[in-house]
Design a protein around this ligand. Structure first.
Ligand code: GLU
Length: 415
């Protein structure tokens, strides 16, 4: 049972940042204002001819710093609450890494693993048509999230373009490269998780070489984080997906695991490691744990049992505020989501800029810019955390909040 709703979680995190900055009630009210949410229920004809109703949401939490930006997820647990919390986190993430964006998130309640490609396409196209009035390259720009891919973005881009009457590549990011997708976008979130982990080690005068890592979730973020961390010399000793845990104390072969999930969409058929229940990987002792699945995974009821040195949040909202306090007491550092997984939206910004200008960049240029931005963002958060003697999450909120309030200072409150 969740101890908090996800929105309460996001608001508690804001409160801790606000406390460190000694903000007024008025300022806190501005930060806690969720601007707009569109809820839509629509029919889709399934492959067997039955008509099913699907419900989806798009929340635009804040556009004070620019057009709203954030992913669209397909999952049975999508809810209005969840989408609002995720849109709030996008707002703070974009402010933290200083992108000219506000924050948004969307989702459709469905189980994509039980839908055919044609059904997914129809859901995507109809959902896009429903949220069309609030979409656009200067309004709101979707991207992939849990169980959505570059293919989903291609359908969204095409649907938007059909209604607009012209081709608009800048309306979504995370597209296939032939449609104007950026080189390096697919790997960007996982690459960012690895870079931030490396910087966290470097800041403490330590090296990643030989350190042990557990990763919960082997989707786009988890698998690429595993790949880049193993290339940096870390040893990935346990991973999991929805149904399977895999443990190998000598280190898993990440490329083989990726080949397995490419072929089968799951880890289950993989031979060559000990198979367990997914949550059993949480019992493994390691230097680093990367939750890269969903929110609410490390809670008051299990936070005490982890035997890891640090937690790097690949997913959005995997650690609850109560768990944060327990981990703090245990001396386990948490590198917050809005920093650790910001690599995805950073390269989304590059993709949007490329589409708007019509000039496309080499992959080395994308990766160099990403690396530079992440390293400077990490250093800023680390400095705040050291100077103010606050946890990294609170420090990240302090940086993000200050940037948002600075914009309010100049823009004022309309009218
Ligand atoms: N869904 C990703 C996130 O949570 C990426 C969002 C984007 O690129 O707009 O950060």
């Amino acid at each position: 049972m969740a101890e908090f709703s996800v929105v309460e979680m996001a608001m508690r995190q804001i409160d801790r940042g606000a406390e460190a900055l000694k903000l007024s009630e008025n300022q806190i009210r501005l930060l806690k204002c969720s601007k707009r949410i569109l809820r839509t229920t629509f029919p889709v004809e399934m492959d067997d001819g039955t008509i099913r109703l699907f419900t989806g949401f798009r929340c635009q939490y804040s556009d004070i710093r620019g057009p709203t930006k954030g992913g669209v997820r397909y999952h049975p647990n999508v809810s209005e609450e969840e989408v609002i919390a995720l849109a709030a986190w996008m707002t703070w993430k974009c402010a933290l890494v200083d992108l000219p964006y506000g924050g948004a998130k969307g989702g459709v309640i469905c189980d994509p693993l039980k839908l055919s490609e044609r059904e997914l396409e129809h859901i995507t196209r109809r959902f896009t048509a429903e949220i069309m009035p609030i979409l656009g390259p200067d309004k709101d720009i979707p991207a992939p999230d849990v169980f959505t891919t570059s293919k989903t973005m291609a359908w969204m881009m095409d649907t938007f373009s059909m209604f607009a009457g012209y081709t608009e590549p800048a309306v979504v990011t995370g597209k296939p490269e032939v449609l104007g997708g950026s080189k390096g976008r697919k790997e960007a979130t996982g690459r960012g998780v690895a870079i931030i982990t490396r910087e966290f080690y470097r800041a403490q005068g330590k090296k990643l070489d030989g350190c042990t890592v557990i990763i919960q979730g082997f989707g786009n973020v988890g698998s690429h984080a595993a790949l880049f961390l193993s290339l940096m010399g870390a040893k990935i000793i346990a991973v999991s997906d929805q149904n399977t845990g895999l443990i190998d104390k000598n280190g898993l072969n990440i490329q083989e695991l990726m080949n397995c999930t490419d072929r089968n969409r799951c880890l289950e058929p993989y031979i060559g490691a000990t198979h367990t229940k997914p949550d059993d990987i949480f019992d493994v002792k390691a230097d680093i744990l990367i939750p890269a699945a969903l929110e609410n995974q490390i809670r008051k009821d299990n936070a005490d049992s982890f035997q890891v040195g640090a937690i790097v949040e690949g997913a959005n909202g995997p650690v609850t505020p109560d768990a944060d306090e327990i981990l703090e007491q245990k001396g386990i550092h948490v590198i917050p989501d809005i920093l650790a997984n910001a690599g995805g939206v950073i390269v989304s910004h590059y993709e949007w800029a490329q589409a708007l200008s019509g000039l496309y960049w080499e992959e080395t240029e994308v990766n160099e810019k990403l690396e530079k931005k992440l390293v400077s963002s990490f250093n800023e958060v680390w400095r705040r955390s050291q100077n103010l003697k606050i946890p990294l999450r609170t420090a990240a909120y302090v940086v993000a909040i200050a940037r948002i309030l600075e914009v309010y200072k100049y823009r004022g409150i309309f009218p």
